[in-house]
Write a protein that binds this ligand. Structure first.
Ligand code: ADP
Length: 251
């Protein structure tokens, strides 16, 4: 078989290696109770995974660990071919570009147009203008916002703002899309639109990880669901909230 190389030209030892791997990961913040206790997670390229659990269970800590915003107290984390503890400080921003991230509160630049919000993600990595002129409209078309390129965030509905955030997260072609409560501020119709887009993005090959409280969506979509409770994974299986709900109250 011909040797295979990843984007940085490194020989891929294992083409099927997990794109996210947590090995015996624990996290204790300086004050307070342990946030995660001996977590093991393996997510393969192209998967669509929900992470669910009540407030304070450790979901955001999982996302922050993946982004290398916080360090684990013990254990190893590999994301997109990198062991995060080995990543040098000056390589962290380059690493984070492999991940597209969307948040509950959209985090758009209020004084820039929709086009500029998406283009900005490309400008910071010095994408040539010609490529920006091509990629930004293409991403805005994917999320159905071709007509709104010149609008400002405050002129858009919540659902539209989240779609801009999605276009921005995707424009640099990330390996993984992390969505932290992406429908938390949206009504059911807009929530479904965002979830359908996430499904479409996943169909195109991006690994998608969604933290959510939205039981209805999780139950309906029948994807892999990782349930966290008090820093422990209490269930990891395809399906909805139902299994965990029956087994453990208060999730
Ligand atoms: P979730 O996202 O599921 O609501 P978090 O990961 O935010 O949960 O929190 C898990 C636990 O870690 C909670 O007990 C929370 O209070 C604690 N925690 C989170 N961030 C910090 C921090 N910066 N300092 C101290 N404790 C924290």
């Amino acid at each position: 078989m011909a040797a295979r190389y990843d984007l940085e030209g490194q020989l891929k030892k294992d083409i099927d290696a997990p794109v996210i791997l947590f090995e015996n990961v624990s996290k204790e913040y300086q004050q307070g109770t342990p946030a995660l206790k001996n977590i093991n997670i393996e997510i393969r390229k192209g998967e669509f995974v929900f992470i669910v659990g009540s407030s304070g269970s450790g979901k955001s800590t999982l996302i922050k660990l993946m982004l290398k915003e916080v360090k684990p107290t013990s254990g190893k984390i590999y994301v997109a071919g990198k062991q995060l503890s080995r990543l040098k400080r000056w390589n962290v921003s380059k690493y984070r570009r492999k991940l597209g991230v969307v948040f509950q509160d959209f985090r758009l630049l209020p004084d820039r147009t929709v086009f500029e919000n998406v283009a900005f993600a490309q400008r910071v990595i010095e994408t040539p203008t010609r490529k920006i002129q091509k990629d930004t409209p293409r991403m805005l078309a994917l999320v159905g916002l071709s007509e709104k390129m010149k609008s400002y965030p405050k002129e858009l509905s919540g659902g539209e703002q989240q779609r801009v955030a999605l276009a921005r997260a995707l424009v640099n072609n990330p390996v993984i899309l992390l969505a932290d409560e992406p429908t938390g501020n949206l009504d059911p119709k807009n929530s479904w639109e965002i979830m359908r887009l996430l499904e479409e993005i996943n169909r195109r090959g991006t690994t998608v990880v969604v933290v959510t409280h939205n039981r209805e969506i999780v139950d309906e979509m029948q994807k892999r669901v990782i349930t966290v409770r008090n820093g422990i994974i209490v269930s990891d299986q395809k399906g909805g909230y139902a299994y965990a709900k029956n087994q453990y109250s208060n999730i």
